[in-house]
Design a protein around this ligand. Structure first.
Ligand code: RB5
Length: 150
């Protein structure tokens, strides 16, 4: 599995921890930055990581900003991205089982490292349940198509 990673300045420190955590488990990492705690704009990194996922250059993406909220708003503008902001392991599990989330967003200012890494572990190992959830995810794709065509 290959994970595309991105963060702004508020998520930089946690992103570096996440990178080490993934590498230590033998997971490939595509680090799209940022590369320092200097101030940057989170939509730029949401764009980079979202593109890696929808172009199938990475299996999934993880984005970190201060809250995870800005990253999820920005990443969800990219057709094909289903980004979920998780504060708990239950959020992470359900975002995979029900929403087939392909991008996880985390808040470096609102999560401690241990919680963030547990959320990631759950998110990576949980599969989409399909069935009635497949129909709903397809309706999200339909929404994207109709809105883009307007
Ligand atoms: C940056 O100060 C902060 O606004 C950003 O990291 C994020 O939390 C936005 O949602």
């Amino acid at each position: 599995m290959k994970i595309s990673l991105g963060a702004d300045h508020a998520g930089f420190e946690l992103k570096e921890k996440v990178k080490q955590h993934l590498l230590s488990q033998g997971i490939s990492v595509d680090d799209q930055g940022t590369t320092s705690p200097d101030s940057v704009d989170y939509p730029d990194f949401a764009h980079l990581v979202g593109e890696q996922v929808v172009q199938h250059r990475a299996d999934r993406g993880i984005l970190v900003c201060g809250t995870g909220i800005g990253m999820s708003i920005a990443a969800n503008k990219i057709p094909g991205v289903r980004a979920a902001n998780a504060r708990t392991e239950a959020d992470a599990q359900l975002s995979r089982e029900h929403n087939d989330a392909n991008v996880l967003t985390l808040g470096g200012r609102v999560l401690d490292e241990a919680t963030a890494l547990k959320i990631i572990d759950v998110w990576l190992k949980t599969s989409f349940l399909g069935g009635r959830h497949q129909r709903r995810v397809e309706k999200i794709s339909d929404l994207e198509r109709t809105e883009v065509a307007k």
